[in-house]
Design a protein around this ligand. Structure first.
Ligand code: DGL
Length: 271
C-alpha cells in the first residue's frame, strides 16, 4: 500500500458524502475518490444479494484506481457486504465500514447503556449491530427501529421545518426507543438531522448521546493511517466524485451533505 494513494469511499448515492466530509475534516491531506451508486439508490430497500453484487463491483472500481483504503460509507452496504468486500479486496487495500468503528466507540465509552438505533430497513433487519453489540459482552442493550421516511425527507431537503419535526417526533416517540441513553444514527444521511434529533431529546429533558458514525469512522481511519504510516504527508492529489447516474438535482444535493457543492462525474459502471 502506498501512502500517497487515495481513499476510496462509496455509498448508494450522495448521503455518504457526510462521511467524506468528516474524512476531509479529520485528514485534509488525503485524496478522496468517491463513488455514489445513484443508479441503484436506495440500497435500504434492496435485497442483501443485490447490495453485495453492487458493492463488489464498486470495490473493484476503487481498486482499479489504486485506493489504499475502501470505506463503505453506507450502513445498508456495511450490513450486507462488509465481510464479502473484505474477502474480495484481500491485502490490496484496507476495508472500513461504518459499523465496526461505531461498535468500538461503544466498547470504549460505555460499560452499560440502553442504546437505540435508527436506520434503513436493510440495516435494521440484518441485525448486524445487534449481533456485534452482543459480542461486546457488556451490559449494553440495543433497540433498533427502521425509519425509512428519513432518507427521502432529507433528500427533499425537508429539514429544520415542521415536516421534519413531525416525522422525527413520530419515530423517536416509538416505544422501541423508550429509556435509551444513547442513539446510533445508523444511516449516513442522518448527520444532517443530528441537531434536530438532539433538540427532540432536549425538549423531552432526556439525556441521550446521539452518536454520529461519520465522525467516529473518520477518527478511526485517521488513527489507522497514522499507526501504519500510511498517511499522506503533503502530496494531496485532486478529489474525484463519481456517480453511476447523474442528475443536476443530485449535484446540487452535494452541498447539503458535503458542505459545499462538488462536481459529480458520471461513470458508466453498469454498462
Ligand atoms: N446511505 C444509506 C445508509 O447509510 C441510506 C440510503 C439508502 O438507502 O441507500 O444506509
Amino acid at each position: 500500500m502506498n501512502s500517497s494513494a487515495p481513499i476510496g469511499i462509496f455509498d448508494s448515492g450522495t448521503g455518504g458524502l457526510t462521511v467524506a466530509k468528516a474524512v476531509r475534516a479529520a485528514i485534509p491531506d488525503e485524496s478522496i475518490i468517491y463513488f455514489g451508486d445513484i443508479a441503484h439508490l436506495p440500497y435500504g430497500d434492496k435485497s442483501t444479494a443485490a447490495i453485495q453484487a453492487y458493492s463488489i463491483r464498486i470495490a473493484d472500481f476503487l481498486l482499479q484506481r489504486k485506493c489504499k483504503v475502501i470505506l463503505i460509507a453506507c450502513n445498508s452496504a456495511s450490513s450486507a457486504a462488509y465481510e464479502l468486500v473484505r474477502e474480495y479486496v484481500g491485502k490490496k487495500a484496507q476495508v472500513f465500514d461504518v459499523i465496526n468503528p461505531t461498535i468500538d466507540y461503544l466498547r470504549e465509552h460505555y460499560q452499560r447503556t440502553n442504546v437505540g438505533l435508527i436506520g434503513t430497513k436493510q440495516t435494521v433487519t440484518t441485525g448486524v449491530y445487534a449481533k456485534k453489540v452482543d459480542e461486546l459482552r457488556k451490559e449494553i442493550s440495543l433497540s433498533s427501529l427502521a425509519t425509512p421516511l428519513l432518507v427521502p425527507m432529507i433528500e427533499e431537503e425537508l429539514v429544520n421545518n415542521d415536516i421534519s419535526k413531525g416525522i422525527i417526533h413520530q419515530y423517536l416517540a416509538d416505544p422501541a426507543l423508550e429509556g435509551i441513553t444513547s442513539l446510533i444514527l445508523a444511516c449516513t444521511h442522518y448527520p444532517i438531522i443530528k441537531s434536530e434529533i438532539e433538540q427532540y431529546f432536549r425538549e423531552k429533558s432526556q439525556q441521550v448521546e446521539v452518536i454520529d458514525s461519520a465522525t467516529v469512522v473518520a477518527e478511526a481511519l485517521k488513527s489507522f493511517l497514522a499507526y501504519h504510516q500510511l498517511d499522506n504527508k503533503s502530496n494531496k492529489n485532486g478529489d474525484h466524485f463519481y456517480v453511476s447516474d447523474f442528475t443536476p438535482a443530485f449535484e446540487s444535493m452535494t452541498k447539503l451533505f458535503f458542505g459545499e457543492q462538488v462536481h459529480l462525474e458520471q461513470y458508466p459502471l453498469w454498462e
